[in-house]
Design a binder for this molecule. Structure first.
Ligand code: AMP
Length: 296
């Protein structure tokens, strides 16, 4: 019989449960989420189970990473369904705190990771990565020694979290997993539920555009501008608004100018609105499979 799922809402109870599992001799994997779980999240849980004896998942829609006018209030929160999915996936602990629990009265501390947040989503979501780095620091501090599993769908977030954990000497190993996609290439996202059927169709321009960039790079194209414009050509007609399509150095996230040449590895990333829904996606050329390659 597999051990059951425990749900905790306070930091004290969650910290004690993590400590107990480690004391029982089991290593811990940690998967932070905002809930509305889908196959992408479950792939992170499965990787956690491969890497550790026990998996803890946090479900917390973090207010400090949403800007004014963003979707904090309407973000989906299907908690009972999420708990069921966690149970089926063999998760041991779910930590689902209130905002007051994570941000105690009088709180004043923010974690800022410089440089990595200057480009891509940074300028379009002021304060977003400070909110992310702050909440992930708190969650790591509550969890203690663990391997933490993140998705490369949020590539900039992954780089920020890696840097933060290393800089703050946290006892956490960070693992990044490839983006899980629908059969037609659209990256799974909790925000996809906002898309109307017609918008869902138009959103395919995003994986199609990224596939074009991968194909061009594979064919020898090294001009950053050519890769960028290949994506723009497909995404522009489909998007309501584009925040950015950027080709950047894959570790430091420094954007390439259009007239620069990229190396073997480069990040091609974008954020675009389809209707009122902001979607992000990315590929790392010479590393990622084509988003529109359907499984055999
Ligand atoms: P979220 O709940 O959107 O904050 O995401 C929680 C974690 O799941 C983050 O590490 C995300 O990068 C990851 N994630 C979200 N969507 C996907 C996906 N389609 N494939 C892989 N990981 C994902």
């Amino acid at each position: 019989m597999s051990p059951g799922l425990e749900v905790m809402t306070t930091v004290a109870a969650y910290r004690a449960a993590c400590e107990r599992l480690r004391a029982e001799g089991g290593s811990l994997a940690f998967v932070p989420t905002m809930g509305a779980l889908h196959r992408g999240h479950l792939a992170l849980v499965a990787e956690g189970r491969r890497r550790a004896a026990n998996v803890a998942v946090s479900i917390f829609v973090n207010p400090t990473q949403f800007g004014p006018g963003e979707d904090f209030q309407k973000y989906p929160r299907p908690l009972e369904r999420d708990l069921e999915l966690c149970r089926e996936a063999g998760v041991r602990l779910v930590f689902t705190p209130s905002p007051e629990e994570m941000y105690p009265r009088g709180e004043r501390t923010r974690v800022h990771v410089s440089g990595l947040t200057d480009a891509l989503c940074g300028p379009f979501r002021p304060g977003h990565f400070d909110g992310v780095a702050t909440v992930v620091t708190k969650l790591f501090a509550a969890t203690g020694a663990a391997v933490a599993v993140f998705g490369r769908k949020d590539y900039q977030q992954l780089q920020v979290v890696r840097r933060m954990a290393a800089d703050l000497l946290l006892p956490i190993e960070i693992v990044g997993l490839p983006t899980v996609r629908e059969a037609d290439g659209l990256a799974l996202s909790s925000r996809n539920v906002y898309l109307s059927p017609e918008e869902r169709q138009r959103a395919l321009a995003i994986p199609n555009g990224l596939s074009q960039a991968l194909a061009l790079h594979a064919a020898g194209e090294r001009r950053a501008g050519a890769l960028r414009h290949a994506v723009l050509e497909l995404v522009e007609p489909a998007a309501t608004r584009i925040d950015y399509v950027t080709v950047a150095e894959a570790d430091e996230l420094r954007p390439y100018a259009d007239d620069a040449r990229v190396g073997e590895r480069a990040l091609v990333a974008l954020a675009a609105y389809v209707g009122t829904t902001r979607l992000i996606d990315n590929v790392v050329v010479s590393e990622d499979n084509s988003p529109i390659r359907t499984p055999p």
